[in-house]
Design a protein around this ligand. Structure first.
Ligand code: ATP
Length: 358
């Protein structure tokens, strides 16, 4: 087990700055996901960590060892790609054993290790088949087995589930996580799928335009985004502009005059009087009422714009002060349906609003 440290890494391709001063630390045995939109530099960063690319500037450390100038095989990394990249002419057994044979491991030990990972991944029955005789999900399990059988210092996975259909993707991602925890392999996982990142990671590094915007646990990233980009990229969010009208002297609670009306924000969020801010809150934190229950204080009046019934939840878009605010109701059978045009009242709990600064 090793820890990984990326220090002020820059990578330019001609005029394109793919990475612009990236810093990241991954602890021993941890799984960190690089999450971000297409072109933000995820793959480039993974390749720098793997040794496939030399960074234009900056250093990469495995524990305290500077590996920046080392090749992938000298770093002992296990790589898993989107397209499996199995040897088509080799049986599954030989695909998995390949890296061990290169390392001149004795035959008995190879046999023992191949069977061990194959059994961990439930592919023992497939060892005699060729890759073309396997489904996509099975091929990706083989690719994973091949990457971990060498006992890599670090496991690097680049969108490993992209070629699989939705249901298989969920199975394979559960297996990746189980295997990673069982073997305690330090892992870095690239995806642009926020749900995948939330489910699989110990921590997520959200990337945008060659930078890491925020690193945190899935809960942190979801509930305590620090930038507009992170709030918007991970999950659904309502964002409204406003100006701090008051900071309550006793409680520290903020009163914000926003474009949809007055909103109260808990004292955990910091801003000063007169400051222009953005307020971000999740649709599931918007309470939607038919009548102004509990007095009208803190209620926003609006009109239902559209309603989508998605089975376990009801998504209601409400027009408030010329802006569309999304509310989500879980267990809609209990709440009843809303109709477009209906007048409603919204309430957002002060503890569920984040203050973000441009
Ligand atoms: P995706 O999710 O689409 O794979 P990504 O976040 O992995 O995107 P990268 O592949 O790292 O993004 O690319 C980051 C930027 O660097 C992009 O603008 C890309 O066009 C550019 N880039 C990446 N590799 C090269 C290369 N070998 N030569 C020139 N430009 C490159």
């Amino acid at each position: 087990m090793v820890s990984v440290k990326v220090e002020d890494v820059w990578m330019t391709f001609g005029k394109v700055e793919a990475l612009r001063g990236v810093n990241l630390e991954v602890a021993e045995g941890e799984l960190v996901t690089l999450l971000g939109p297409s072109g933000c530099g995820k793959t480039t960063l993974l390749r720098v960590i793997s040794g496939l690319y030399r960074p234009t500037r900056g250093r990469v450390y495995f524990d305290s060892e500077d590996v920046t100038e080392k090749n992938p095989w000298e770093r002992n990394v296990g790589l898993v790609f989107q397209d499996y990249a199995l040897w088509p002419h080799l049986k599954v057994y030989d695909n998995i054993a390949y890296g061990l044979r290169l390392r001149k491991i004795p035959k008995d030990e190879i046999d023992e290790r191949v069977h061990r990972v194959a059994s961990l991944l439930g592919i023992e029955d497939l060892l005699d088949r060729y890759p073309h005789q396997l489904s996509g999900g099975q091929q990706q399990r083989v690719a994973l087995a091949r990457a971990v059988v060498i006992n890599p210092s670090v496991l690097l996975l680049d969108e490993p589930l992209s070629n699989l259909d939705a249901k298989i993707r969920i199975n394979v991602r559960t297996e990746i996580r189980k295997l990673q925890k069982e073997l305690k392999i330090t892992s870095i996982y690239v995806t642009h799928d926020q749900e995948e990142a939330l489910v699989i990671s110990d921590r997520i590094a959200v990337m945008n335009k060659g930078f890491i915007e925020q690193v945190g646990s899935p809960l942190d990233i979801y509930y305590r985004p620090r930038t507009l980009f992170v709030a918007d990229f991970v999950g659904q969010v309502n964002i409204v502009k406003g100006k701090v009208a008051e900071v309550a002297p006793d409680t520290g609670e903020l009163v914000v005059e926003s474009e949809i009306g007055e909103l109260h924000v808990s004292a955990d969020e910091k801003a000063s009087k007169g400051e222009e801010v953005y307020l971000a809150f999740r649709p599931e934190n918007v309470e939607i009422l038919r009548a102004p229950r509990g007095g009208s204080a803190g209620l926003l009046e609006g009109r239902v714009d559209s309603v989508q019934f998605l089975g376990s939840l009801l998504r209601v878009d409400v027009e408030v002060g010329g802006k569309r605010i999304r509310a989500e109701i879980h267990n809609p059978a209990r709440a009843g349906l809303f109709s477009p045009g209906e007048k409603v009242y919204l309430r957002v709990d002060p503890g569920n609003i984040r203050v973000l600064k441009g």
